[in-house]
Structures are given as structure tokens and as C-alpha cells.
Write a protein that binds this ligand. Structure first.
Ligand code: DI6
Ligand code: FE
Length: 410
């Protein structure tokens, strides 16, 4: 006979559950509560006395009145890559644009060359310091994109590296096949030919491998046009991969509308998205993923339409976009701080942005992103009394402890 897993009471936390939307919860209120955990799941949230009566004789752990939030979710990263592009910062500070560096063979293609030359093990080892920095800030779910391989073998190696990272750390990894990130060198000047290959060979093979949970594309003048992305999205969805889009980052390519038309999980960046794009996102239920690290690092001037997204009820997620070229930032707390300072997002929006909205951007909101019975017991316990401290500070290392599926980090 199998015995049920024991129940544990995680007592005396100052809990921000994330279950109330930011618009209805602008002050991010917390309540002292106890979380009952069994088999990695939350089975109840309530008062300690009540839960002691309901589950007598169970093990108890005391949070000492610390702030407890859902484990953070970084829903847009490129942490798997090889090489570095540190040389580009001097060129950009001297006035060269990101687009012109990309056209001259730098940018994404520079990382593609280094990534193609790396083994799966080298990719994992290269990514782990970045991943560990995110874990040290309470991240329990991490999206990892491919897109620096661009041929079948190298893309599969990147995706498998993502899966291996999820196996080597107490972490859920969602992998995304970023097959339309740049036109690979073999197809230079022939984006259409590459998109044909993507639709006919690469997407079917990657989908069949089971190594990708979603498909992503970069819709930009330096990357792919809206009609090219539309073709790739149609193929991806036909092969069972939900889609996401790097949309309207550097120019208004009507990417938000395109993403919404394809029922995308998320449209990401959105600096140049117009009112029609926001309305399309709202209608489709597509999440807006805001990436203030890239905005900061590229010294962008065009702010994403935050007020319009807010008033239209589009869920807003916040992610690091951790990548070697445009957002070399492995800090989810810094992304939240930038979202507040640069984009004017409220504390409640910043918190929701890295929890429930981020879960939604990955299609994983049914079982993570809030502290509620039935969800995974993924928690971050903070040396803080109130959520605003997490948004306000920079470099403060406020994490006390992380719980993933009910298990505390050692
Ligand atoms: N995400 C991306 O994938 C591109 N920009 C962004 O914000 C390019 C990343 C790179 O330059 O490597
Ligand atoms: Fe990105």
C-alpha cells in the first residue's frame, strides 16, 4: 500500500499570494499566513491554528514573519549561448547602432558562430553561472530560448542544454525554439529560402524531437518580416508548438497584431506597438512581456505603451531577456527595478510581472505563479517585510530561501 506524502506546515510567513490582479491590489497587501504543502503542491493556505487542527501532528517550519512570494518566473531569456560580445559596447558608445553592428556581421551572428562551435556540455557550463544568479534571486521557473544555432543540430543542442539545466538545478525550464532569430550565414540574403526550410524541415524536426515547448521569432528589419513570421507561425502551430514573438522592439512592424492573430502566448518588447496592436493583444488574451533591460542597454528612447496596456487589461509580464547582445543582465530583481523606474510600473505590477503574468506568458498559469491551493509549492522567502523592498533595491541580495516543489534549497 502506498502511503500519502507527509503534509508540512510552512508557518508564519508574511504572504503576498499574487492571486489578486494588480489593478485590484495596488498596494500589494500581505497577510501573515501558513502554507500547507504535500508532495510538492500547496494543499491549503490559512491560519496556523486552523491548519494545525486540520492536519494534526505535522512537521512545521517557521518563516519568522519574512515576506513570502510565489517563486519568480523569468519568462524570456537567452541564457544558453557561447562567446561574448563585450566589444560591441565600445562601438555602441562611440555611436554605432545595434542594427548597424548586426548588418556588419556582429550582433546575433557573432554569437551564432561561437555557439555552433560549442558542445552541449560547454553550453550548459557556460549558462549555469547566469542561471545560478537568477536562482539566487528567487527564480523557480525559467524560460530558455534557442536561436543562436540556426541549423538543426545546433538548435537541438541548445534546446537540450536548456533541458539539462532544468535537470541539474531545482528549477522548471520551459524551452523555446527561436528558429526565426536571424537569417543564418548559409542563407545570407535569402530570408525567404530560410523560412521555406524552417517551415518544411526545421520546425517539423524540432517539434518531433520534443525538446521545445514553444516557437519564437524576431520580427524586425534586421531579422524577419511580418509575412515571413506569419508563415513560420502557421507551420509551428500546425506542429503543435504555441508561439511567441519579439515584436515592435526597434520599429513598428505591427508585430503585436501579428502575434495576436496567431493566438500567441506572448508578444515581447513592444516599445513601438501602437493602439491597434494593444487592442489586438487585449482581444486575443496575449501577454505583453516587457524587457526593460534591453530598453536600458540599447539606450532606447521609445517607451512601450504601458498606460494603454494597463487600461486595456493586457497582462504585463517582466523578464530579463538575458542575452549577450542587448540585455546582458542575469537579474530579475533589476528587471523589476528598471520596470518601475523606466516604465513607471507599480510595485503590484512588477510583482505580478514576474509571477502570474509571467506564468501566463508560458502557458503555465494553471499550476504556478500564485500561492494558492492546488499549485506547485514554488516559493521565494525574503529578508524583507513588504514587496516594495524587492522593487526598490538594487544589488541588495534580499533572498532568504527558495522552495521549489516544496523542497527548500540546502
Ligand atoms: N532579444 C533578442 O533576441 C534580440 N534582441 C532581444 O531583445 C537580439 C539578441 C542579441 O543581440 O543577441
Ligand atoms: Fe529576446
Amino acid at each position: 500500500m502506498r502511503t500519502a506524502a507527509p503534509i508540512r506546515l510552512l508557518a508564519n510567513g508574511r504572504v503576498w499570494s499574487g492571486a489578486v490582479p494588480p489593478a485590484a491590489d495596488p498596494d500589494c497587501p500581505t497577510a501573515v499566513a501558513t502554507i500547507a504543502e504535500q508532495g510538492g503542491r500547496i494543499v491549503a493556505v490559512g491560519g496556523l491554528d486552523e491548519l494545525r487542527r486540520r492536519y494534526p501532528g505535522t512537521e512545521e517550519l517557521d518563516f519568522g514573519g519574512r515576506l513570502v512570494t510565489p517563486g519568480f518566473i523569468d519568462c524570456h531569456t537567452h541564457v544558453v549561448y557561447q562567446g561574448n560580445r563585450a566589444g560591441e559596447i565600445a562601438r555602441r558608445l562611440a555611436g554605432e547602432s545595434y542594427q548597424s553592428i548586426a548588418r556588419a556581421g556582429g550582433g546575433i551572428l557573432a554569437t551564432v558562430n561561437a555557439t555552433r562551435a560549442a558542445s552541449m556540455q560547454q553550453l550548459v557550463e557556460g549558462a549555469l553561472p547566469r542561471v545560478d544568479a537568477l536562482l539566487a534571486e528567487g527564480v523557480t521557473t525559467l524560460e530558455i530560448k534557442s536561436g543562436y544555432g540556426l541549423d538543426l543540430e545546433a538548435e537541438l543542442r541548445m534546446l537540450q542544454a536548456g533541458r539539462a539545466i532544468g535537470a541539474q538545478r531545482a528549477l522548471t525550464v520551459a524551452t523555446t525554439y527561436l528558429g526565426a532569430h536571424a537569417v543564418p550565414p548559409e542563407h545570407a540574403g535569402d530570408a525567404e529560402g530560410y523560412v521555406d526550410r524552417l517551415c518544411n524541415e526545421l520546425i517539423p524536426a524540432v517539434a518531433a524531437s520534443g525538446h521545445a515547448d514553444a516557437f519564437d521569432a524576431y520580427c524586425e528589419r534586421v531579422a524577419f518580416s511580418a509575412p515571413q513570421v506569419a508563415r513560420a507561425f502557421t507551420a509551428a502551430r500546425a506542429h503543435g508548438l504555441p508561439v511567441k514573438l519579439h515584436a515592435d522592439q526597434l520599429s513598428n512592424m505591427h508585430g503585436a497584431t501579428l502575434a495576436a492573430q496567431h493566438g500567441a502566448l506572448s508578444a515581447d518588447h513592444l516599445e513601438y506597438t501602437d493602439a491597434a496592436g494593444v487592442a489586438a493583444l487585449a482581444d486575443a488574451g496575449t501577454v505583453a512581456v516587457l524587457l526593460p533591460g534591453a530598453y536600458y542597454f540599447l539606450r532606447e528612447q521609445q517607451l512601450p505603451p504601458i498606460e494603454l496596456l494597463r487600461s486595456s487589461g493586457v497582462p504585463m509580464a517582466i523578464a530579463t531577456d538575458c542575452n549577450p547582445g542587448t540585455s546582458p543582465m542575469a537579474s530579475i530583481l533589476m528587471a523589476m527595478n528598471f520596470a518601475a523606474v523606466e516604465f513607471g510600473m507599480s510595485t503590484a505590477e512588477c510583482l505580478a510581472g514576474v509571477t502570474i503574468a509571467a506564468a501566463r506568458a508560458l502557458g503555465l498559469h494553471a499550476d504556478r505563479g500564485t500561492i494558492e491551493a492546488g499549485k506547485w509549492c514554488d516559493l521565494a522567502v525574503w529578508n524583507a517585510a513588504q514587496p516594495a523592498e524587492l522593487v526598490q533595491g538594487i544589488g541588495m541580495r534580499p533572498l532568504h530561501q527558495r522552495f521549489r516543489h516544496g523542497q527548500p534549497d540546502p
